[in-house]
Design a protein around this ligand. Structure first.
Ligand code: KIV
Ligand code: ZN
Length: 530
């Protein structure tokens, strides 16, 4: 294989964290958070950012437009061109028009049209539509999308459970209609690597070198990465991924795993990517904090323990030579230990310079709010690390200047021995009224009492459905990082709070979820996601 061999060309990384990833239960990112993640994906160097599914809501339309404008028109990394911004659309005229309008500002835009092809999906989702009807609808959709952009991707949903002859027919029709990428989704994570690889090999030979063949693997059997790698080995030129593997049900092919498999086993695979692996750690942390989806400790590449060595023999081996037990370099994937960066004597200038060095571009107002939080925390915790600053910034990104409620004060007493009591003061920003309530817990502890007091103060019947607390850094004085999911009228919302005090972090997280519910209810529209 030579450097000019097309088989050695970089695999395109199509990131769908902001579309399929966001479809994971309880994740509801607003436009600002999506933009922040899109900017980081651009720094990471993915080739395509699927920014959303615009027809599903006015909020998603605005988010995709904002990303197309701010991210899709700039160069972010060594690639000399802005990333392609993609939007999903069913093969329906209104979906495609909305996707096109949302993508309009981007230098390179892609419309990703899909419809279901397996028998069960056609029966359940397309009123039993015939194969002929599905082919016609796909062709019409692709042709309409091509009126807006020359870059059109077509996905036959549930491809791996679709009759093989019909799959070939619809792929041929899509190529004939002008699709430039044919994506083969393993929608329900049903594929097995060797079989999937053979299927992709057939499609690659069928469509020829002018059409990109992509795969989109779900992880229901834990095989999404293996299936994607096998597809690449058989000629796929694009892999669809999500950061930390988030997505519908068991999630999507994990970006960090597939990228690092291709990089680490370049000796076997010889298919590089354009990803700057040093940005992987930060991207993973940002997505985790903004979505509220924690990363499991033993997660490949980005888990807390991915580079930790516990047994004496392992520690001894690594101290002698890291390669004894490590196949990747923690630094090369941005997973090195936190550095102490600032303390309570650090001024605003040093603080904002540090954020700039870490790659954040905050507005003056966001910087001011983050600085105030930093000062408050630095007073309690003498030194803050880069991981602490990332947590503060992520917390501030989630907050907006127009939050419905602000936490003004929290006092708790009692606890494990006495009856827990919490008093909160919450400012309702619309009329600047401070609402104060106290709750004496019924034995469920101080966090429960604090959330109960907030609920009572703002008159909400939200229920806490998930609660997760993690330490940002090591040590007894670590910041507590709390993420919660609350149920408001049958919808789940995520919130996050950071503080040296776990009860305060919990109250902040609870209130931020309630603020998010207010915000998103304002922009929520009626259509369903697929
Ligand atoms: O899983 C799937 O089939 C999808 C399509 C919309 C590509 O997400
Ligand atoms: Zn999917």
């Amino acid at each position: 294989m030579t450097a000019t061999d097309p088989a050695a060309a970089p695999v395109r990384i199509f990131d769908t964290t902001l579309r399929d990833g966001e479809q994971a239960p309880g994740i509801s990112l607003d436009a600002k958070e999506k933009l922040e993640i899109a900017e980081q994906l651009a720094r990471l160097g993915v080739d395509v950012i699927e920014a959303g599914f615009p027809i599903t809501s006015a909020g998603d339309t605005a988010a995709v437009h904002g990303i197309a404008e701010a991210v899709g028109t700039q160069v972010w990394n060594e690639a000399e061109t802005p990333p392609t911004i993609a939007a999903l659309a069913r093969c329906h005229p209104a979906d495609i028009t909305r996707a096109a309008e949302s993508l309009a500002p981007a230098t390179h835009s892609r419309i990703h049209v899909f419809l279901s092809t397996s028998e069960i999906h056609r029966h359940v989702l397309h009123h039993g539509a015939s194969e002929d009807a599905i082919v016609n609808q796909a062709v019409e959709g692709i042709k309409q999308a091509l009126e807006f952009t020359p870059d059109v991707e077509f996905s036959p949903q549930d491809a791996t459970r679709t009759d093989v002859e019909f799959l070939k027919r619809i792929v041929d029709a899509a190529v004939e209609a002008g699709a430039t990428t044919v994506n083969i989704p393993d929608t329900v994570g049903y594929a097995i690597p060797h079989d999937f690889g053979a299927m992709i090999g057939d499609i690659v030979r069928r469509v020829g070198p002018e059409v990109a063949v992509s795969v989109h693997c779900h992880n229901d059997l834990g095989l999404a990465v293996a299936n994607s790698i096998e597809a690449v080995r058989n000629g796929a030129t694009q892999v669809e991924v999500a950061v930390n593997g988030i997505g519908e049900r068991a999630g999507n092919c994990a970006m960090e795993e597939v990228v690092m498999a291709l990089a680490t086993r370049a000796d076997l695979l010889a298919r590089p990517t354009r990803v700057n692996t040093r940005e992987i750690g930060r991207t993973s942390r940002l997505v985790s904090t903004l979505t509220g989806y924690p990363v499991q400790f033993n997660k490949a590449v980005v888990g807390k323990n991915a580079f930790a060595h516990e047994s004496g023999i392992h520690q001894h081996g690594v101290l002698q030579d890291r390669l004894t037990y490590e196949i990747m370099d923690a630094e090369a994937v941005g997973m090195v230990g936190s550095q102490i960066v600032l303390g309570k004597h650090s001024g605003r200038h040093a603080f904002s310079q540090q954020l700039t060095d870490m790659g954040y571009e905050l507005t003056a107002e966001e910087t001011q709010r983050a600085f105030e939080r930093f000062k408050g925390l630095a007073d309690k915790k003498v030194e803050l690390t880069d991981a602490d600053l990332e947590a503060i910034v992520a917390d501030e990104i989630s907050a907006t200047s127009e939050e419905a409620y602000e936490l003004e004060g929290l006092e708790v007493s009692g606890g494990t021995v006495g009856q827990p009591t919490a008093t909160v003061r919450v400012r309702r920003t619309a009329d600047d009224v401070v609402l104060e309530e106290s709750v004496s817990g019924d034995g469920n502890g101080m966090v429960d009492a604090a959330c109960g007091a907030i609920r009572r103060a703002i008159g909400s019947d939200a229920t806490l459905v998930n609660f997760n607390v993690a330490a940002v850094t090591k040590g007894i004085d670590a910041l507590g990082d709390v993420t919660v999911q609350v149920d408001v009228d049958g919808q789940r919302y995520t919130g996050r709070g950071v503080s040296t005090d776990v009860v305060e972090a919990s109250a902040r997280a609870f209130l931020s979820a309630l603020n998010r519910s207010v915000r998103l209810q304002r922009v929520r529209a009626t259509t369903e996601t697929p």
